[in-house]
Design a protein around this ligand. Structure first.
Ligand SMILES: Cc1cc2nc3c(=O)[nH]c(=O)nc-3n(C[C@H](O)[C@H](O)[C@H](O)COP(=O)(O)OP(=O)(O)OC[C@H]3O[C@@H](n4cnc5c(N)ncnc54)[C@H](O)[C@@H]3O)c2cc1C
Length: 325
């Protein structure tokens, strides 16, 4: 917790994976590799047909199912349509599911950075008044940065050339990893919170960001989505085994009941942490420093936070426990 160039305040939190029975707390995966692995797995499956370069353009509930229109002019019919189409989910919109949320007035600047010294598998997060800077370990002497700034600052910083961008980053990043340079292209993402008011509608279930787009402050967005997928798969498979209609309202309600509370509480928790830290108010600063000092001093609390971040808390779907459906 501090200001760029001044170093961290004396209060900090250190989470050590060795305090958990199950280490490490998490893995950092670059999504380009994850995408490729998912696509390869889908291509290898004889139960999945991948339709490249195809958009879903419409959907309609029909007797006993749902009909989906594609940009190729084709239609598909199924018992259940799963909306996994991100924060601006067309599936949700067409199903009449409205959303609530707000913009953060922040933009995340994202890039891979190469550094002189090893990171030793440690992720760092610095909280500054304009937003947090996360430094997340990748393979070798490389880290991914997720640097949240006010929209105005982010616009100015994005327009800089690489050398000037690094000159602004260096005092924030600090010198604990030695000299730094960019190791790939820079991206920017405007940040907002967007929660679907329902996760299900007739013959429709939402998963991932289509259901809940959260602040990346704790790197939990995709993890929440994976929990949705695992929970929905478990409920659908159980329903099939019992001979139930997998798109029936009571089956979908079980999914919503399982996932909605978990995602909403995490989304609002991340929202509070961001609001609490992304400011220069001396009273709030005293409060958060006291809070961090307390959590740092109490091992049970520290473990609780780590378990939450590692996705080990709450009723875990079987797939996330590594068990078969
Ligand atoms: C800066 C930043 C950093 C992040 N860091 C982390 C992190 O460290 N860890 C983590 O767990 N999460 C992180 N997240 C969150 C994570 O990126 C998202 O939660 C995740 O990508 C959501 O996956 P998704 O598949 O639900 O949605 P998306 O990734 O948005 O994918 C939706 C897909 O649907 C497709 N689509 C949309 N409309 C249609 C249509 N009509 N027809 C066909 N296809 C369609 C889109 O093309 C897209 O491919 C971060 C997010 C941001 C912004």
């Amino acid at each position: 917790d501090g200001h760029a160039g001044e170093g961290a305040a004396p209060f900090f939190l250190h989470f050590d994976a060795r305090e958990l029975d199950q280490a490490p707390v998490g893995y950092m995966l670059e999504d380009r590799y994850l995408y490729r692995a998912f696509l390869d797995a889908m291509e290898a499956s004889d139960k999945i047909t991948l339709l490249h370069e195809t958009q879903v353009t419409g959907q309609q509930v029909v007797p006993g199912g749902v009909e989906v229109s594609l940009s190729t002019g084709k239609t598909l019919t199924a018992k259940l349509l799963i909306g996994a189409d991100g924060r601006r989910s067309g599936v949700a919109e067409r199903a009449g599911i409205t959303r609530e949320g707000w913009g953060y007035g922040q933009t995340a600047l994202v890039a891979a950075v190469e550094h002189e010294k090893p990171h030793n598998g440690i992720a760092q997060q610095f909280f500054m008044p304009t937003g947090p800077l996360a430094i997340l370990p990748l393979k070798g002497n490389r880290s991914s940065i997720v640097w949240s700034e006010t929209e105005e600052n982010a616009k100015t910083i994005s327009a800089l050339n690489d050398e000037d961008f690094l000159a602004v980053l260096r005092p924030r990043f600090g010198d604990f990893l030695g000299e730094i340079k960019l190791a790939g292209p820079r991206f920017s993402y405007p940040l907002n919170l967007t929660l679907a008011k329902a996760y299900v509608a007739p013959r429709v279930a939402l998963v991932g960001d289509a259901a809940h787009g959260v602040h990346p402050i704790a790197g939990q967005g995709l993890n929440l989505g994976l929990r949705d997928v695992a929970a929905l798969a478990e409920i659908v498979v159980e329903a099939m085994r019992r001979g139930e209609d997998i798109g029936a309202e009571d089956v979908l309600e079980r999914y919503q009941g399982w996932r909605r509370f978990d995602s909403t509480s995490l989304a609002l928790g991340m929202d509070t942490v961001n609001k609490l830290f992304s400011n220069d108010n001396p009273l709030l600063k005293a409060g958060r420093d006291l809070g961090m000092g307390l959590v740092q001093a109490i091992p049970g609390l520290r473990r609780g936070f780590m378990q939450q971040a590692a996705g080990l808390s709450g009723p875990l779907p079987r797939l996330l426990q590594g068990r078969a459906l």
